[in-house]
Design a protein around this ligand. Sequence first.
Ligand SMILES: Nc1ncnc2c1ncn2[C@@H]1O[C@H](COP(=O)(O)OP(=O)(O)OP(=O)(O)O)[C@@H](O)[C@H]1O
Ligand SMILES: [Mg+2]
Length: 239
Amino acid sequence: MLVTGGGMAHGMRPRCDDVADEADQRVEQTLKVLAHEIRQPLAAIFALAEAARTRPDVPAEVQSQLARIIEQTQELTEVTRSVVDPQACADPQRLGEVDADEVVESVLDAFALTWTGTLDRSGHCGELPVVGHRAALRRCLVNVLDNAVRAAGPAGRVVVTTRRTPATVKVLVEDDGPGFGKVPGRTGLGLEITRQVLADMGGELVVGLPGRGGGGSVALVLRAAAAELRRADRPVRVV
Ligand SMILES: Nc1ncnc2c1ncn2[C@@H]1O[C@H](COP(=O)(O)OP(=O)(O)OP(=O)(O)O)[C@@H](O)[C@H]1O
Ligand SMILES: [Mg+2]
């Protein structure tokens, strides 16, 4: 609890910075405990799914569903790691090259499992190397897609378009919902986290663009990785 008066000598009052640091440390500690506690159940899910997947009598369709459970468990492990160790995503020394195309496909794949609307992809197809951290970029895209599918509703449409310029890769998420800011809020964390995580990777979040679907439109602007810069003079295939 913050102590602000009650006869305490001025010099003994905790400074705002100290209080904020203490709160940060408490949150960090809670996150570490959470990550620690879910590690074993996650490992158990992974082991069970793997054991079932490799049984000889399992039909091919069930095998492929089990493979996807394993994949999603791995994504959850990675996302937990990226939340608990944000420095790993923010430290320029530890930023690597990530294929934005693969991340977009992986997120669309996951939403197709849980959302009943129409999910489309357009623009550049193929490798899109950007500067970043895979789990962090995936979290950003999940947050933006999460808003878009909620805005579009169970029978709506969301289109993800990827475009590149010599220096950037843009991932545009458009929906046919009521428009930005016109859906009821929840915890209000998603875009704030996304903005911060993207900034740590040298990228940017752009909201409030005119959407082609008549609804919300949000763009993730990412820094093209060096390999992408070398290849940027090649023609871009637009589908
Ligand atoms: N595609 C969209 N269409 C309409 N409104 C949007 C869209 N994306 C974001 N918003 C608006 O921005 C607000 C903030 O989004 P944000 O993701 O930060 O929080 P949230 O979705 O309310 O909660 P959380 O992400 O923490 O579950 C949303 O509540 C919504 O009003
Ligand atoms: Mg949200």
